[in-house]
Design a protein around this ligand. Sequence first.
Ligand SMILES: Nc1ncnc2c1ncn2[C@@H]1O[C@H](COP(=O)(O)OP(=O)(O)O)[C@@H](O)[C@H]1O
Ligand SMILES: [Mg+2]
Length: 250
Amino acid sequence: MHPAISIKNISKNYGALQALDQVSLSIEQGEFFGLLGPNGAGKTTLISILAGLATADHGHAAIMGADVQSHFREARRMLGVVPQELVFDPFFTVRETLQFQSGYFGIRNNDAWIDEIMANLDLVNKADSNMRALSGGMKRRVLVAQALVHRPPVIILDEPTAGVDVELRQSLWQFISRLNQDGHTIVLTTHYLEEAEALCQRIAMLKQGTIVALDTTQNLLSQYGSIKKDGEGKTDLENVFVNIMSGSVL
Ligand SMILES: Nc1ncnc2c1ncn2[C@@H]1O[C@H](COP(=O)(O)OP(=O)(O)O)[C@@H](O)[C@H]1O
Ligand SMILES: [Mg+2]
């Protein structure tokens, strides 16, 4: 069985800046995986390479066995990405946005599935609203819906709950957890470490373009969780994160 995502020695420079430095990582089918790291660590760059939106300078990556460069179309079809930035055509309705996305993947007559996705994301009564009329949280839901129109087995969410209210965060996680239970591989990037702790079976931590920790959430918590208690009100995974990022355990 192919890994859901295979990353081998990926490097990426922007001018003098090394955004990714020899990153290797394999994510198995069915995993709920967390990709964590401070701003600028290289998370979005890595996701962009997987989605074919950026090209690595060195190394290879594959989605379900399909190389993201030499077999771009197959790889892209296997992948749904919820991007970090909210980018839409403001004059399309929600339904049109999703139909357009289906067309991009060459899928016709996708309305039954689009209706089902909208129902699951509580978007039904916004189906005919223009994108520009939606709140930030609603736009975020449409981004999630957009990532799912072609039924990809692998779904990557790049900070999907940034600036989103608690209620939406919870309903979003219920939905994503169900997709994972149905067999989808989920990769999540988030600044809410309590979310990552609750949801992710395995976690990679990225710092300045390098993986500095990679293990099950349980092992990370038991190995790095209690070395340096850093104030009150922090979850265990926040402790792990602080310890690893400060280099005090490496
Ligand atoms: N298109 C780009 N041009 C130049 N530098 C970039 C570009 N995209 C990202 N970077 C830089 O690469 C580094 C990694 O960024 P990014 O992948 O967005 O990190 P993260 O998503 O972990 O916050 C940062 O220093 C960022 O400024
Ligand atoms: Mg990012």
